[in-house]
Write a protein that binds this ligand. Sequence first.
Ligand code: NI
Ligand code: MN
Length: 226
Amino acid sequence: MKIAHLGHSTIYLELADNTKIIIDPYIDANLPEMWQTNHLKVDYIILTHGHGDHVAGVFDLIKHQQPTIIAVAEIANFFAKLGQKVHGMNIGGGFDFPFGRVTMTHALHTSSLEYEGQVHYLGNPAGIIIEADGKTFYHAGDTAEFMEMDLLGEDYEIDFACLPIGDNYTMGPKQAARCAKRIQAKKVLPIHYNTFPVIKQDPQKFIDLLTDAKGIVLPFGKIYEI
Ligand code: NI
Ligand code: MN
């Protein structure tokens, strides 16, 4: 499983069977051209929730291809109405896709999208577990810390977790470090920080708080293989 951090909460995954997945596509103007949403080829887009800083990139991606959008039912319905291929799910449910299994987990946050001047409330936010290539990957989405994270640690052997550390909109470094312990992740990538002034954080301080997990900061667009 190849993993790249494309800024904010955007993660690109490339699997052994060549399936290409992007999670929460957002702004990419500063990335090399190959990573920009008007060039990037993907088979699936997975969305954790409807906020613009997780969904804005979808509108460029779908201009030049027809990826399947995997999201909570309300978001899937929203994109189905725009003519997109979708697969709606809901929290607690998993599905075996050709590339592997996707499970939607709880996230403690909100979910809405302003589109063409109207605010759409898009169900509950989610986290995502992907089991593929013999590895388990967790993207927490935007979330506060919650105690059921302990169950994720019990149910899964999480090889790689993406956890928001920005504070203000999500958990901050202290809670995210405790979350890493709850889910017993082997490796943790901090996400959702430094994009805006209110979520300014030093990722090294978060990494220093980790007790068992290994913290990793990836330069945007660098491929990391687990
Ligand atoms: Ni959000
Ligand atoms: Mn966000």
